[in-house]
Structure formats: structure tokens, C-alpha cells
Design a protein around this ligand. Structure first.
Ligand code: PLP
Length: 246
């Protein structure tokens, strides 16, 4: 029996990772071209949550030097196991107060900042460790209650409060589109984040850093790029279907 070409696959070997990365990069380049953008302005952040360290090592050998993780404990264990490779660790999920210390210690980036209390803790712990952390402020543009993030109208005041935190380096805004197959709804969500960024950039450029837009996952990163994404967070299309059973 032959395996259908579109069967879910899981990348294990370095070669399989090379193939998956080539495909995703080609898609990124094509989407950038459609939007008349330079593909080198778009950063691919591979999302390795639930994937065991051995496969992260194969991905690293294939050229992946940054990993997105949504659970701090899991990310910290992986960072320790891969310490000699010293990749870039991005935490992309919401943070409990008791996890900020670990993040301040090992992570390079936090993409789901939406609470002042968390910002304050991170700042003082980063100061303690003599480190800085790149941050994206998460915005809930879909209005879905299950999603974290600030409401768009809250973003400016929040960014203002972040100005006093020297160890937190604001890089831009992050969002997840609505959970739907409706491409127009997804596109509208991404466009809304871009509009919010453009408006802040025009009126309050000091608040928004380089004005990055982290948006787009496996199912919608091409739309996100057409709408201005500067970071796409792609898991399944690189690592394959996730196994949550263990
Ligand atoms: C899991 C996750 C992703 C990647 O999801 P895929 O659909 O596998 O690409 C991106 N962003 C966040 C915040 C995630 O939790």
C-alpha cells in the first residue's frame, strides 16, 4: 500500500527537516512576492512545542537556530539539554507569575506579553541576571474569549507603561487569528493588527520599537505575510503533526 502524498508526516531526520524548511521558505518567498515585499524581511520562527530534543537537534543540524515554545518548563528543559548549541529560545505562550524567573534566566524572547504584573516581574528579574528580553505585546484581534492578549484599544496605554522597563525590548505586536476556515476573517484579523501598528508608528513611534508583526501559523502564514507579518510562527509544517499523548 502506498502512502498518500498529503498524509500527515513527521520530520525526524536532518534531511526531512531540510525538505520541510525548503518548502516553507519557498511558500514565504512566494507570499512575499505577491505582496511586493522582500522575503528577507520575514523571519521564520519554527515552533517546536511537544517535539522531543532529539528531533530539535536534527532540525538544528538542518539549519534551525531558533525555537518557539509555549510551555516554560518544557522550554527550559530543552534549553538545558541543548546548552552547548545555545539556540535562540522564544516563549510564545502566556506566562504564569511563577514562571517569569525561568524566562528571565534562559529565554531570548517572549511573544505573549499582555499583563503589567508579568512585565514588572520580568524586568526586575532580568535586571538581576543582567539580561534583556525581546518582547511582543499580544493583541486579541479576533475577539475570541479563549484567546489571550489585550484588546486593540488597550494597546497604546500598555505600551506606554512598558517604556519605563529598560530590560524589556519591545519589538512589536503579536496575534493569533480567529479559529476559522474563513480566509477573509483571518485576513481581516491580520490587517487589523497591521493597522494598529501603522497608527502607533505614525503617532507614537517611541512606543513600538521596530514595529514588528508576529502573526501567522501553519494554516495561515501565507495570508499573514500578504498582510504584513515580519515573524511567522510555524510548527506543524516543519515538525509535522504534534503528539500530545506523552
Ligand atoms: C503552536 C503555536 C504556533 C504554531 O502552530 P502550527 O499551527 O503548528 O504552525 C504558533 N503560535 C503559537 C502561539 C502557538 O502556540
Amino acid at each position: 500500500m502506498s502512502t498518500p502524498e498529503n498524509a500527515p508526516r513527521v520530520a525526524v531526520t536532518e534531511d526531512e527537516f531540510r525538505q520541510a524548511l525548503t518548502e516553507v521558505r519557498e511558500n514565504i518567498a512566494a507570499a512575499a512576492k505577491r505582496a511586493d515585499r522582500d522575503p528577507s524581511d520575514i523571519r521564520l520562527l519554527p515552533v517546536s512545542k511537544t517535539v522531543p530534543v532529539e528531533r530539535l537537534r536534527a532540525a538544528y543540524a538542518a539549519g534551525v537556530t531558533q525555537f518557539g515554545e509555549n510551555k516554560v518548563q518544557e522550554a527550559e528543559a530543552k534549553a538545558q539539554a541543548m546548552a552547548e548549541l545555545d539556540p535562540h529560545w522564544a516563549i510564545i505562550g502566556p506566562l504564569q507569575s511563577n514562571k517569569t524567573r525561568a524566562v528571565a534566566q534562559f529565554a531570548h524572547e517572549f511573544q505573549a506579553l499582555d499583563r503589567l504584573r508579568i512585565a514588572r516581574r520580568l524586568e526586575s528579574q532580568l535586571q538581576e541576571f543582567g539580561r534583556t528580553l525581546d518582547v511582543y505585546v499580544q493583541v486579541n484581534v479576533s475577539g475570541e474569549e479563549s484567546k489571550s492578549g489585550l484588546e486593540p484599544r488597550e494597546v497604546e496605554a500598555f505600551l506606554e507603561q512598558l517604556l519605563e522597563f529598560e530590560a524589556l525590548k519591545v519589538k512589536g505586536l503579536m496575534t493569533m487569528a480567529a479559529h476559522t476556515d474563513d480566509e477573509e476573517v483571518i485576513r481581516d484579523n491580520f490587517a487589523e493588527l497591521r493597522t494598529l501598528r501603522d497608527d502607533l508608528r505614525a503617532r507614537r513611534p517611541e512606543l513600538i520599537g521596530e514595529g514588528g508583526l508576529s502573526m501567522g501559523m501553519t494554516n495561515d502564514y501565507e495570508i499573514a505575510i500578504e498582510e504584513g507579518a515580519t515573524v511567522v510562527r510555524v510548527g506543524t509544517a516543519i515538525f509535522g503533526e504534534r503528539d500530545y499523548s506523552s
